[in-house]
Every structure is written in structure tokens, then in C-alpha cells.
Design a protein around this ligand. Structure first.
Ligand SMILES: *Cc1c(COP(=O)(O)O)cnc(C)c1O
Length: 398
């Protein structure tokens, strides 16, 4: 067993490994702690290079004792966007493309891990509120593990996500409220013993799956972390996870003390972290009337708010909000300039990098990694095609 104990992220109170958990008694996320000395003995750069690529090769720093519930979680590539960089006068720009994972988003990492742990604990039903990608991933891994799944989405959830989730056999409900309101219903059901609640950060293992993004990044960049990371921040699992993961990598001797500046990116229509960051607050207030096309980051209230803000501040980064127009322009530009279809949340991140460059927060010669967390094809796109009558068409006029 790699896990030594779990710990309340606010109070440090300890919880035993090997049994299911939700939030701590203080109502805050639990963080998983490992036998780092044990991990250090076997996790060398050489041993890692010789393992099959993908999230499960980081096994000493993952919580499962059973074989993973897996759908083929690839190591996602770092893709250069040279024309997008050049347009801003920057020397390089890298995107970690999480859209290559099963179900087309990085929610697969977290849910592969959470469902594996649920299977280890003998859970038979899991539920969550979702803006789309997480529900699809829960449903897919649930199907794989033989665990029933119940998914509640806000009305604006992209259609593709709702139909995809149902395709995996989940019970899917489209509700007339925001994700935190859907979450309240899921929480009630969990309290009644109907299912296990695997909402973002309300169970400890999704974070452990998502932190692997940071592990992969470190190895892909030759065990030297970049100068800055731009991360689309909803619940913040990935940002908090990577920040935790970097400390684990340092503790096992794989990296040094250099850390990237972490930029938490939100949409102007739902920016609770940006408001709290700018106000100097430790916790973030709920954002009323949240609205943005970037549905993955439309999260009015995050239970891990203080962890996001802490990581951003400790790293010397910032929380940045971008407009809907900037998001859509960024998606369009990256598609045209570099043949790379960002998802809207990825568009937000590109827009934030541009804003940060303009404001002098990042330099044009710094190494920056943007996270594109879903396949752009999962979202509706504007139809710019023209109609054609073949009988009257002239090829040379096309
Ligand atoms: C869920 C999601 C996010 C936000 O991720 P968190 O780690 O929960 O902040 C960003 N982009 C996409 C595409 C998502 O599905």
C-alpha cells in the first residue's frame, strides 16, 4: 500500500487510508499522502523511462492497490503552436493536449482513478453533478467497472456531453440550475445512502489522477518545469493536483525546487477565483448568474477555492479573467494559424496568455505551457460552410 494516510487540506487532521472518504469533518477536501521514501527507491528517471507510457506508470504515487479500471489513458502530447506564438512575438508556445484521453477530456484521468478506488472499496453506485465532461468520464469508467452511475447536469450542458453520458448507460438528468445546485441534490442522495458522491474534490482520488498531468509535463520537459502554466480553472482539481504533485516529485528526487508560476484562468462571466485573488481573500464567494461558453469552467463556487488561491499565490502567478469574445477569437485563431482546435476552455487559456503578455506578466521568451483539457470537437462550432448545387457549380470558382 502506497498511501500512508489522508489529511484535511485546511486543518491537517488525519484520516485512515483504505476506506472510502468524502470531505473532512471541517467540510474541506482531503489530500492523499504517500510513503515517499518507499517511492524514492523505485521511481528513478531510468525506471520511469522504461515503463509503458500513461498515467499508471506513476504507480508509487497513486493510491490504488487493485489493477486500474482503464480505457487506455495515453500520455498526452505537448504540441507546439509556432504560428500562434509568432503572432504575439513569442519564441515558443506549448499546449498539453488533454483532448487525446478516453472520452475526449482530462476528466478521464480523475475518474479513472476515482472509479478504480470505488471498485477497490466495493462501491456499487456513484453520482455527480457535471457541466459535461466529468459526467461522461464517470459514466464510461463506471460502465467499465460495473458500477451504476447517476449524472445531473445544468441545462446549458453541451448536448454532445449529455448524449455521450447516456451512451455509457448512465442515468442522466438535465436540471434547471447551476452545477453547485445540482451538486446539492447529489449530496442529499449521498446522505440518504443512495450512492457515493464523487463531485469535484468531495472525494480525494480524482485529484490524484489529475496530478499526473504535472508528472508527465516534468518528464516531457526533461525534468525541468516550465516558467508558467496557464490552467482553465473550474473546480481547480488539475491546478491543485499538479501543485501537490510537484512537491511529491521533488520529495522523491525527480525534480528540483523550481516551480512554474501558476495562472488560474476563468471567464469574465464566472470569475470567483479572480475576484478573490484581486481582493486578497483566502476563500472565494459564490459567483451569481454565471455564464460562459466555456462550460468546463462555469463553476460559481468551488470547495477547493483556498487551495487554488494558495497555489496561485505561492507560485507567484495570478488569476486572470477573459471575455467571451477573446475566448472565441482564440479558438478561431489557433484553428486557422496552427491547425489546432482548442476547446472553449482552451481558448480561454490562450486568451489569458495573450492578456498576460500584453500586461507584462509573462515574457515573450519564457517557456509557457497552456492546458487544453478537452477535444474541441466536443463543442458546437460556428458553421461557416456555403451551400452548393453541384449541377450549377464551377470548380474554378470554389
Ligand atoms: C472540467 C474542465 C475544466 C476545469 O477543470 P478543473 O480542474 O475542475 O478546474 C477545464 N476545461 C475542461 C474542458 C473541463 O472539462
Amino acid at each position: 500500500m502506497n498511501v500512508t494516510y489522508l489529511e484535511c487540506s485546511l486543518t491537517g487532521e488525519r484520516y485512515e487510508a483504505g476506506v472510502p472518504h468524502n470531505l473532512s469533518s471541517a467540510g474541506k477536501p482531503l489530500l492523499v499522502r504517500y510513503d515517499l521514501d518507499g517511492a524514492k527507491r523505485t521511481m528513478t528517471r531510468e525506471s520511469l523511462a522504461s515503463r509503458e507510457p500513461g498515467m499508471w506508470k506513476w504507480r508509487e504515487l497513486l493510491p490504488n492497490d487493485i489493477d486500474p479500471v482503464s480505457l487506455g489513458e495515453v500520455e498526452t502530447p505537448l504540441v507546439a503552436l509556432p504560428n500562434t506564438a509568432a503572432r504575439e512575438g513569442a519564441s515558443t508556445l506549448l499546449v498539453k493536449d488533454e483532448g487525446r484521453l478516453p472520452t475526449g477530456s482530462f476528466k478521464a484521468r480523475g475518474l479513472a482513478m476515482a472509479v478504480t478506488m470505488a471498485k477497490q472499496f466495493g462501491t456499487d453506485r456513484m453520482a455527480m453533478p457535471t457541466n459535461g465532461n466529468a459526467g461522461a468520464a464517470l459514466a464510461a469508467y463506471g460502465a467499465r467497472a460495473g458500477i451504476e452511475t447517476v449524472v445531473v447536469c445544468p441545462a446549458e450542458t453541451p448536448e454532445t456531453n449529455v448524449t455521450e453520458t447516456a451512451a455509457y448507460g448512465a442515468r442522466v438528468y438535465v436540471a434547471d440550475g447551476q452545477i453547485d445546485e445540482c451538486g446539492a441534490l447529489v449530496g442529499k442522495g449521498a446522505a440518504e445512502g443512495l450512492w457515493f458522491d464523487c463531485s469535484t474534490l468531495k472525494e480525494p482520488y480524482r485529484l490524484e489522477g489529475k496530478k499526473v498531468m504535472g508528472f508527465e509535463l516534468a518528464e516531457q520537459l526533461g525534468w525541468e518545469l516550465p516558467d508558467a502554466i496557464f490552467y482553465p480553472t473550474g473546480g481547480g482539481t488539475g491546478l491543485i493536483g499538479m501543485w501537490k504533485g510537484f512537491d511529491e516529485l521533488e520529495a522523491v528526487g525527480l525534480i528540483g525546487s523550481k516551480r512554474p508560476r501558476m495562472y488560474a484562468v476563468q471567464a469574465e462571466g464566472c470569475a470567483p477565483m479572480v475576484r478573490a485573488f484581486e481582493n486578497g481573500d483566502e476563500f472565494a464567494e459564490r459567483w451569481e448568474n454565471a455564464a460562459t461558453v466555456a462550460t468546463g469552467i462555469r463553476v460559481p463556487k468551488a470547495v477547493g477555492d483556498f487551495l487554488i488561491l494558495r497555489a496561485v499565490r505561492e507560485s507567484g502567478g495570478a488569476a486572470i479573467a477573459v471575455s467571451e469574445e477573446a475566448i472565441l477569437n482564440a479558438v478561431e485563431d489557433a484553428g486557422r494559424d496552427d491547425g489546432f482546435l482548442l476547446c472553449p476552455e482552451g481558448g480561454a487559456v490562450l486568451a489569458a496568455w495573450r492578456k498576460a503578455l500584453a500586461e507584462g506578466l509573462v515574457g515573450r521568451d519564457e517557456q509557457v505551457v497552456l492546458f487544453n483539457c478537452a477535444n474541441g470537437n466536443k463543442y458546437p462550432l460556428p458553421d461557416r460552410s456555403k451551400r452548393l448545387k453541384l449541377a450549377e457549380a464551377t470548380a474554378s470558382r470554389l
